[in-house]
Design a protein around this ligand. Sequence first.
Ligand SMILES: *Cc1c(COP(=O)(O)O)cnc(C)c1O
Length: 390
Amino acid sequence: MLQEKGKALKKPVYLDHHSTTPIDPRVLALLQRIQKDHFGNPASAGHAFGWAAARLVDEAREKVAHLFGGTAREVIFTSGATEADNLAVLGVAEVYGSGGGHVVTSNLEHEAVRGPLEEFARRGGRVTTVVAGSDGRVAAADIADALQSDTILVTVMAAQNEIGTLQPVTEIGRICKQRGVLFHTDAAQAAGRISLDVERDGVDLMSLSSHKIYGPKGVGALYVRRRDPRVTLGPLQFGGGQERGLRPGTLNVPGIAAFGEACRLAKEEMGDEAERLHGLREQLWTALEGELDGVYLNGSSEHRLAGNLNVSFEGIRAHRLLGALTVLAVSSSSACSSGETRPSVILEAIGVPPDLAMASLRIGLGRFTTTEEVDFAAAKIIAVVRKLRG
Ligand SMILES: *Cc1c(COP(=O)(O)O)cnc(C)c1O
């Protein structure tokens, strides 16, 4: 039977790894060392301080590229995935769209992609949004059907940030290659969790975020393919010539080096970690499903990030659930704006009925989540759901 054990657990228990991840202690050690010892500007080509900083950035570029089979020269460091998404969408529009053009996307995208696409439309572009199935996945064939003669870009995320569903990136990439259309994928949630390979997957542009893979906040990258085809982007910012003029400004050397190390660790440990997280997720789901009636998993159970569980509890309001679960750091996937709670657009998009969409929890397990924490979380959720229902 489930017991509320683990008095020694640190509380609240952090189960919100899609929102952000704690920095890995090994990454933190490197970050602190560089912050302290290497203050040089990598653009200072005339002295040893600059050379040392430039070398750290070069090494990080290699490590980041290695995570997804790219080359170091194809990595543009940014402030995060939001900036990378903006640069990909609006940078492509600038060069290939010339004030118009057509882009294909999905209805599962993060605001960081939806926002620049709205801006693209304001500037005269057209956007077709392909609707995902009730399993939370986009069909590659629907992407193919949506392509038009002047389509300049397809942008579909690799893994969804609320329901964890994995999108058919390899199939979409193949279609884009055949049709000569550029393919961008927001891999903020996928990077370091599933295998990504820009050659195999036919990816031309890919966004990454350091703080989603146990690195520091405020750093990320955009992969920009340089061969077959050579992708050119229009810059969104102007100033110095850093990052091939696409991201001018002095580089965040400690953050970049730490991000590189986070990528290296993720690549090395991805297989074991996914297996362990999958086991923990099964442990949690089995407990919830075994002890409670009216619990529903949102999104495909098969094509899913190992650490993600998005569950609806019949007859419950998520904000009341969260209110009673302060000992767990989880998120309700309903959006709260102007004091009003509305169902998540993602759950709506995959056809979850409003009542169940308002009754959902997103649970994100991570690298440092323990089996005791999962036991504790399961017992808490079960107790609170029973109480609220009773
Ligand atoms: C977190 C996230 C982003 C934003 O990343 P930042 O580095 O915080 O800007 C973009 N897309 C997805 C899918 C995300 O999960």
